[in-house]
Design a binder for this molecule. Structure first.
Ligand code: CA
Ligand code: CA
Length: 302
């Protein structure tokens, strides 16, 4: 049995990812760490206090951290294995007047609490949906100006990408010594797009293992699951995000496979999938999904 993992409490929160935040702890590569996280509203919206107008908006999207990983340097890649995400017995959904894809239709702000029993989200008497827990915000500290936790980017951040669940391996660029990993904004369930602006928002615990791929530079987050690689890109509009995600997938494959760019392009066109992560954050996030079976004849590894 290993040592008990380090636990970072949900009182250690930041509202931006920044090289200016001192690390709350430093661990060696290979360590397991538990991040306890508040929900996206800093646990301010409860059945006893359901009023959105009382939310202090400067404290939305908290992330727990940052954690320093010993020896990580700019140009490395931080590797975060998502081992487990806890699911509490209640989640929160909201609509916010003026926000989301349905802002013209859903004109009022609403708050909905959803019971969760045995990992089933009880939407109403007729509809229950199995939980598929995921991490909405996960990122490293950028080199330049702080980036609010609500914004996604090449450092990660508010990626709102539903494949970032238990079993996923998240690759993040390292821009500053120590990496500065932080995460939060757990969802018990979220659809691609996150169209009204939320998932089933939950506080909880994320158990991860952090490691390093030294001197392996990536331009933007990559997710690896048992079946697929996902190349994430965020931009002001979806067209640009999609384009960047495809180019990133092509570059990754080009560097690792003995195939021509033409062959790789053709294969991406028949076996790859352009997917949308979210459309409601300050930048939109798209991902190129590359199923592993398309390249099963090769040893395709990070
Ligand atoms: Ca989010
Ligand atoms: Ca959220």
């Amino acid at each position: 049995m290993g040592e008990r993992p380090l636990v970072i409490p949900d009182s250690s929160v930041v509202y931006s990812l920044s090289s200016g935040h001192p690390p709350v702890a430093t661990v060696d590569p290979g360590s397991q760490v538990v991040f306890q996280t508040q929900d996206a509203f800093s646990n301010q919206v409860t059945p006893d206090s359901p009023d959105l107008s009382r939310v202090r908006w400067e404290t939305v999207n908290p992330a727990t951290g940052p954690l320093a990983v010993r020896g990580s340097e700019p140009g490395d890649t931080l590797v975060v294995d998502i081992l487990d995400i806890s699911v509490p017995d209640r989640g929160l959904m909201v609509t916010l007047a003026g926000f989301g894809a349905l802002a013209a239709v859903l004109r009022d702000s609403t708050v909905r609490f959803l019971p969760i029993r045995d990992r089933q989200i009880l939407f109403n008497d007729q509809i229950s949906l199995p939980a598929e827990p995921m991490v909405g915000v996960i990122g490293t500290a950028p080199a330049g100006e702080p980036i609010p936790c609500g914004t996604p980017g090449s450092h990660g951040g508010n990626l709102d990408t539903r494949v970032i669940g238990p079993g996923a391996r998240v690759y993040l660029p390292v821009f500053v010594p120590g990496a500065g990993l932080a995460m939060g904004d757990l969802h018990a369930l979220m659809g691609d797009g996150e169209v009204v602006i939320c998932g089933v928002e939950i506080p909880g615990e994320v158990t991860v293992r952090v490691s390093l791929a030294r001197r392996k530079r990536i331009p933007s987050p990559i997710i690896e699951t048992a079946d697929s690689w996902f190349f994430l890109a965020s931009a002001a509009d979806l067209d640009a995000a999609v384009q960047l995600s495809i180019e990133q997938a092509l570059a990754f494959l080009r560097d690792r496979l003995p195939l021509s760019l033409t062959d790789l392009g053709l294969l991406l066109s028949i076996a790859g999938h352009t997917q949308i992560s979210q459309i409601v954050d300050p930048l939109k996030t798209a991902r190129m999904c590359v199923p592993k079976r398309a390249f099963a004849s090769y040893r395709l590894a990070f």
